[in-house]
Design a protein around this ligand. Structure first.
Ligand code: ATP
Length: 463
């Protein structure tokens, strides 16, 4: 297609005078994924944003004309249709890494002298933004100091599933509403609770947290509410402030609230409603001004039905309820989080280690039952185990490397794609152990030339 918007000669001259580095920087910093293929379908340019969608590094894709590799992550392929129609195509594809839909625009650029021939094709890829709360983002833009705060914190996440919650919580932070964070262990509830506190007007006040499930019941009451002098044997004679009092003008984070014993649930409910309570053994009420943020990975609705959690307390602590999705439901965050934790290790030890692309792919394909806590541990472990500068897939713990993605979504993988994935895992695993095509051929009972071909296909860089 010829570009209908032709520049004037002067403007063209101006564009030509700009340094090449500027164009590279612009493309490299685009949030949208861009890649370009030549007239034969060979990839000639890939920007870093593509890694977010495909879990592969640009350098691993450039020079590649094996569309099967791309089709393995995006379904259905539309490239051939675009070539036949010779006009821009706009369509949606399901990203096989994140399971989200992406919007893609393929634009063929025709040759100047033979306008029927494609010179190259530009592909622009973006997530589906339909569920983004643009109003909330616009409000944040009006308040640069808030955005700065957001950047200051160590909260990493680019998926809409995650960003949507964060933007919502940033808004709620300003009010004094109680917040209940629900989500599996390791999803970042504690980190987010601290962030809410930072974003709130209480940010300069204290942030006190307690794990209700980790402290024996008999100590929990005095930890929370403090005790009066001489209230029990062994107690400090001057008495002790409890967590609620220490957090006055700040925020109290009650982690594992589902483990709070029933008698303390009653006392907590009363303290929240009257903004005062009696310390253990005390007779004078203590008045406090605190905001309560709670978290649990338990199903509180079931606990209410089983009468182990009070419904009135549930509504008190959960004026706003936010569900922090597990990592397997926001796979787009795996690569940014992995890079974040690798960067931290590099900074700590003054090194410059990088991931091999298949390492990242293996991480993305795993379900992470321990969520971000597990991911962080795995990155730190791989970092320590790598003596060179590239963290190869062989350093990924075996249970993660051998994990074949779930296939409960039938539309998700075709039979051929599934077969290809399995082949890829077998070859990669065998090659990471045997190191040579002779070894792979021997172990799998195939000819060496077939082994070499499969290694080139599935572990291209390592051969
Ligand atoms: N979005 C994030 N960006 C960077 N690091 C994160 C993020 N979310 C969580 N982490 C890190 O993952 C680890 C676990 O997070 P956190 O303790 O907040 O989870 P949790 O949901 O409170 O877990 P639990 O329910 O077991 O208490 C921490 O080291 C935290 O710093």
């Amino acid at each position: 297609m010829n570009n209908p918007f032709q520049h004037s000669e002067e403007y063209m001259d101006y564009l030509m005078s700009l340094p090449k580095e500027l164009y590279i920087k612009i493309l490299e910093n685009l949030f949208l994924g861009v890649f370009v293929s030549d007239q034969n379908g060979k990839t000639i340019y890939v920007n870093p944003a593509i890694s977010r969608h495909y879990g592969r590094l640009p350098e691993d894709l450039v020079g590649d004309s094996d569309w099967g590799k791309w089709e393995g992550v995006v379904y259905p392929p539309a490239y051939k249709n675009m070539l036949a129609m010779k006009r821009p195509l706009i369509y949606r594809q399901k990203n096989m890494l994140s399971r989200n839909y992406m919007e893609i625009i393929d634009t063929p650029v025709m040759k100047e002298d033979t306008p029927d021939d494609i010179d190259f094709t530009v592909y622009v890829i973006q997530e589906n933004f339909s569920d983004v709360d643009f109003d909330a983002d616009a409000k944040l833009m009006e308040k640069p100091e808030k955005v700065k705060k957001r950047q200051r914190r160590n909260i990493v996440g680019e998926s809409h599933a995650f960003l949507k919650r964060i933007v919502e919580l940033e808004r709620i932070a300003k009010s004094d509403m109680s917040i209940l964070l629900l989500g599996e262990s390791g999803t970042g509830k504690t980190l987010i609770a601290e962030y809410i506190h930072q974003c709130s007007d209480r940010g300069f006040g204290p942030f006190m947290s307690i794990n209700c499930g980790a402290i024996p019941d008999n100590l929990l009451e005095s930890e929370l509410f403090g005790y009066a002098s001489g209230s029990f044997t062994g107690a400090n004679t001057r008495g002790k402030k409890g967590l609620l009092e220490s957090a006055d003008k700040g925020t109290v984070f009650l982690d594992e609230i589902g483990d709070l014993p029933l008698n303390l649930q009653v006392k907590l409910l009363h303290a929240i409603e009257s903004k005062s309570f009696l310390p253990v053994g005390g007779t004078t009420p203590v008045h406090v001004d605190v905001r309560i943020i709670s978290a649990t990975n338990k199903d509180l609705k079931t606990a209410i039905a089983q009468k182990t959690f009070r419904e009135d307390l549930y509504w008190r602590i959960g004026s706003f309820i936010s569900y922090i999705p597990p990592l397997r439901e926001r796979k787009e965050d795996i690569i940014p989080l992995s890079l974040h934790y690798l960067k931290k290790q590099n900074l700590k030890y003054g090194t410059n280690k990088v991931f091999y692309s298949l390492t990242l792919l293996a991480l993305v394909n795993y379900d992470w039952p321990g969520n971000i806590r597990e991911l962080k541990n795995v990155i730190e472990r791989m970092y320590v185990l790598t003596s060179g500068s590239i963290i190869y897939e062989s350093k990924v713990p075996e249970e993660i490397r051998m994990h074949v993605p779930r296939t409960d979504d039938k539309f998700y993988y075709s039979y051929d794609q599934l077969l290809d994935q399995v082949k890829s895992y077998i070859i990669q695993d065998c090659y990471s152990r045997r190191k040579t095509s002779v070894g792979v051929a021997e172990e799998l009972g195939i000819t060496q030339s077939k082994a070499s071909r499969l290694i080139r296909k599935y572990c291209a860089k390592e051969e």
